[in-house]
Write a protein that binds this ligand. Structure first.
Ligand code: PEP
Ligand code: MN
Length: 338
């Protein structure tokens, strides 16, 4: 950590900074230049309160040298982390397309959806039993009954299930139902208590990017999960809020190479919530795989126009089958497989 002092800094102010660093357990090295005095803090800066130093008289700026995230950082683990989900590998050579409806509706809808997900060649299935809806008057999900319907439908095809956890009080129920991958939605990316609790489990977690979150905030949210001991984290870019109103969210494809540089953990993309329209999904999905994503989270409904949630962005079964064929070609060029 480097502390840059004001040009008219006094000796007493420099001493006060050194004293504060000492209280924080850090040493200091004062470098007096012609224009500026700079203090280098020596020691573990991760526990240092940057704002407290910034507020001291005579301090102009405080610059961190180290990244604030540790376990999720590429420097912590040089190789790509491959997450094992009931024998299915995410983050390695094989790209995983997670298909399924936005929400769990009925047993027959889930049975039908599971059949098509398997037929399309997807190895994992998605479906929300607890839905984060903007309006409290719209369908909120089928809840625990939905988890049961999901499990039953997916088991027939040996598809591990991915479903969203919104409330920490439901975690035990998720564990009892042996949910294979816990999804943390965009609205909960910074629900730190929820992150801490899933961090205590060993379940793989898909951490969606907050709709207005910076990459650094997203990495720090993942660090919350990792700090609890759970390193099975998958980042999911699902589009961010922007000035544009034509589509639901703006897909930040740039996040893929950036995360690949910053973290060893897998990165997937949700083209459905980004575009918000089924017709946009294939192009966004192709871009995601071409950019190096390790997988996709795609909404598919047996009959999209009858979907209880996000009908407009759901692919129909044939569209999912066609998309899989296109993605296979792109994966091959990249030396990967689907
Ligand atoms: C979802 O995947 O169904 C969902 C609600 O996504 P997001 O949290 O990205 O809006
Ligand atoms: Mn949805």
């Amino acid at each position: 950590m480097i502390i840059i002092m004001n040009s008219d800094v006094s000796d007493a102010q420099i001493e006060a900074v050194e004293k504060r660093l000492k209280a924080m357990g850090l040493g200091s090295n004062v470098s007096r230049g012609v224009e500026r005095t700079v203090i280098g803090a020596i020691g573990d800066e991760s526990k240092v309160d940057k704002e407290a130093l910034q507020a001291l008289p005579g301090v102009e700026d405080v610059i961190r040298v180290m990244k604030p995230y540790k376990i999720v950082a590429r420097s912590y683990h040089k190789e790509d982390t491959v997450i094992d989900i009931k024998g299915i590998k995410l983050g390695g050579k094989q790209i995983q397309i997670i298909g399924g409806p936005c929400s769990v509706e009925t047993q027959s809808q889930m049975d039908e959806a599971a059949k098509w997900v398997a037929q399309a060649g997807c190895r994992l299935m998605r479906g929300g039993a607890f839905k984060p809806r903007t309006s409290p008057y719209t369908f909120q999900g089928t809840g625990v009954e939905g988890l049961e319907m999901f499990r039953k439908a997916a088991s027939k095809y040996n598809l591990p299930i991915v479903t969203e956890l919104m409330d920490v009080r439901m975690l035990d129920t998720f564990l009892e139902h042996d949910v294979d991958v816990i999804q943390i939605g965009t609205r909960n990316m910074q629900n730190f208590d929820l992150l801490k609790e899933v961090g205590r489990t060993h379940k793989p977690v898909i951490l969606k990017r907050g709709m207005s979150a910076t990459i650094s905030e997203w990495l720090m949210a993942a660090e919350y999960i990792a700090a609890g001991g759970n390193h099975n984290i998958i980042f999911c870019e699902r589009g961010v809020r922007s000035f544009e109103t034509y589509y639901r969210n703006m897909l930040d494809v740039t996040a893929v190479p950036v995360l690949k540089k910053e973290t060893h953990l897998p990165v997937i993309i949700d083209p459905s919530h980004a575009g918000g329209k089924a017709w946009m999904v294939p192009s966004l999905a192709r871009a995601a795989i071409a950019a190096g994503a390790d997988g996709l989270l795609v909404e598919m409904h047996p009959t999209p126009c009858e979907a209880w949630c996000d009908a407009d962005q759901a692919l129909n079964p044939q569209e999912l089958i066609d998309l899989m064929a296109q993605l296979k070609g792109i994966a091959q060029v990249l030396g990967r497989e689907i």
